[in-house]
Design a protein around this ligand. Structure first.
Ligand SMILES: Cc1cc2nc3c(=O)[nH]c(=O)nc-3n(C[C@H](O)[C@H](O)[C@H](O)COP(=O)(O)OP(=O)(O)OC[C@H]3O[C@@H](n4cnc5c(N)ncnc54)[C@H](O)[C@@H]3O)c2cc1C
Length: 496
């Protein structure tokens, strides 16, 4: 058995951030990753044999990675701002094009000025010890904004702000990414999801990692290795003892601290404890496509190279989102699945090989909302969901998207899809939830949490350092940073 100051179970981006911080602080660190490569849901891969396109296969945009973390770890990765924020076709055949940093109207400008003010105050707290609710409210120092974002269902605020169904829907999508919720539900899960989508680095911009998400993971792995951490892939950890022993088939290691960069139910299973809560089901379908050219649009007034450069919202008006939610909640596939597409190669052509670039090929990612895991119980469900999504896309195009798909050397169309159950099987995401669990409020809600780092468990030597930690979710590195700080500061007391 080897001994280390810290053993990190799971080599997703959060595990790597923790490894880099701890190794830079002089600790001996071992990272154990089950798959043959690090990165978890933050990777670039070539889905189609013989096709030189390296896609961000799962996550694709970065907003929540604190600039200070990138600086601390010396990450050499460019996060490129998109020139266009979004484009949304309207039912009348026109569309709404929103340029980055140019709001389309007064209500829009005021609303996002408020979220930006809140973001500038809340975001820096995410990498500090956990505040109480009152402390965070005092930090926000704006009663109306606090009530709008932290207390009243998002739907109420959006109803009062945006009379236009399409604008209201665009804003609402930030509350529904990876979160199966209705705009007005009292749980406020949609509010928490919204919050994390608008406060990134105090601005809420979602940037394209140049080279794809794998470039970020590679930079993190390099930072950890250069600082002296050891990373071992192909190691499926089977058990964690609260006293710091980690076991896998054919090996074990002893650690001062075990940092579990896995989902909370996975940590419970490794500790031999009951699952903390039933997993919140993932609610999205993700399609990756390679196109031979961008499709023509129904709206003749916009250039597809502009429309697809930002977030292209399809059937995401507030009323359509509600209709799709109700259908999916009944266990039915939505007729016109609301979805958003992104053409990353317009912002970052480096993800395509020279031949594809010369031929005018473009990537297209499609993230479909309100596709909960419950819809994928039978074998034909995935195919039906993909067909419905393509129909939804086609409803705003002037030609079928399938006519624009690039073909592999074997003649297969370049289109792949991932359902929530597939994400669970491939990456261990509980019920396919992209954030490991419902996103949490960024303040203490349980006894003994305040003043900690939001990563503590019932065992002083064991910390949660994946997306399921408080203030985790998304590609942020925040739980990784915070777990490392809990170790370095010596404050890793058990919770409760
Ligand atoms: C389709 C999709 C799209 C997304 N889009 C975005 C986006 O655009 N922007 C964004 O910010 N976020 C996005 N997300 C969310 C984001 O990717 C995740 O929240 C984030 O990557 C989680 O990182 P992590 O390091 O905490 O965990 P993970 O990435 O889940 O990594 C956990 C790692 O632990 C390993 N592991 C698990 N069990 C064991 C074990 N027993 N032994 C050893 N290793 C183990 C896994 O193999 C995995 O590598 C998306 C997620 C998905 C799935």
């Amino acid at each position: 058995m080897t001994r280390h100051d810290a053993v990190i179970v799971g080599g997703g981006h959060n595990g790597l951030v923790a490894a880099a911080y701890l190794a830079r602080a002089g600790r001996s660190v071992l990272v154990l990753e089950r798959r043959e490569h690090v990165g978890g849901a933050a990777v670039s891969e070539r889905p189609w044999p013989g096709v030189e396109a390296r896609l961000s296969r799962y996550s694709y945009l970065v907003s929540l990675l604190p600039a200070a973390v990138a600086r601390d770890l010396g990450l050499r990765v460019e996060l490129r701002r998109r020139a266009i924020s979004s484009y949304t076709p309207r039912p009348d055949g026109g569309g709404l094009l929103v340029r980055t940093d140019a709001a389309p109207g007064e209500a829009w400008r005021e609303f996002y000025a408020t979220t930006a003010r809140v973001g500038r105050r809340v975001f820096p707290t995410l990498t500090r010890p956990l505040p109480t609710r009152d402390e965070l409210r005092a930090e926000v120092a704006e009663d109306a904004a606090w009530e709008a974002l932290f207390e009243r269902p998002l739907g109420e605020v959006l109803d009062a702000t945006f009379p236009d169904d399409v604008e209201r829907g665009i804003a609402l999508t930030d509350g529904l990414i990876g979160t199966f919720a209705a705009a007005h539900e009292p749980s406020l899960r949609q509010n928490r999801c919204f919050l994390y989508h608008v406060i990134g680095n105090g601005e809420g911009h979602w940037d394209v990692p140049v080279g794809g998400m794998g470039a970020l993971t590679d930079a993190l792995a390099r930072a950890a290795l250069e600082a002296g951490a050891e990373i071992r892939c192909g190691v499926d950890v089977r058990a964690i003892d609260p006293d710091g022993e980690v076991r896998w088939e054919g090996g074990s290691a002893a650690a001062g601290h075990v940092l579990a960069a896995v989902a909370p139910p996975a940590l419970a299973a490794l500790l031999g404890e009951p699952a903390p809560e039933p997993p919140a089901e993932g609610a999205q379908l993700k399609l990756n496509m390679l196109l031979s050219r961008l499709p023509r649009l129904r709206d003749p007034h916009v250039d597809p190279r502009e429309a697809f450069a930002g977030t292209f919202h399809v059937n995401e008006s507030a009323s359509r989102l509600q209709a799709a939610y109700e259908q999916a909640a009944r266990g039915e596939l939505p007729d016109l699945p609301p979805c958003e597409t992104y053409c990353h190669s317009l912002t970052d052509p480096t993800i395509l090989g020279p031949e594809l670039r010369a031929a005018g090929a473009e990537t297209l990612t499609c993230f479909v909302l309100h596709m909960p895991a419950r819809l994928f119980g039978d074998p034909g469900a995935k195919e039906r969901a993909v067909e419905a999504t393509l129909r939804s896309l086609d409803s705003v195009l002037d030609e079928p998207i399938e006519d624009c798909l690039w073909r592999t050397p074997d003649g297969e169309p370049c289109l792949e899809a991932r359902t929530p159950p597939e994400l669970e099987a491939e990456l261990g995401l509980p019920a396919g939830n992209i954030f490991h669990r419902d996103l949490s409020w960024p303040y203490a809600e349980e006894d003994g949490e305040a003043g900690g780092w939001g990563v503590e468990t019932a065992h002083p030597r064991v910390l949660l350092c994946g997306a399921g930690a408080r203030r985790g979710g998304g590609v942020s590195g925040i739980p990784g940073h915070n777990a490392a700080m809990a170790v370095i500061s010596g404050r890793s007391a058990p919770r409760g």
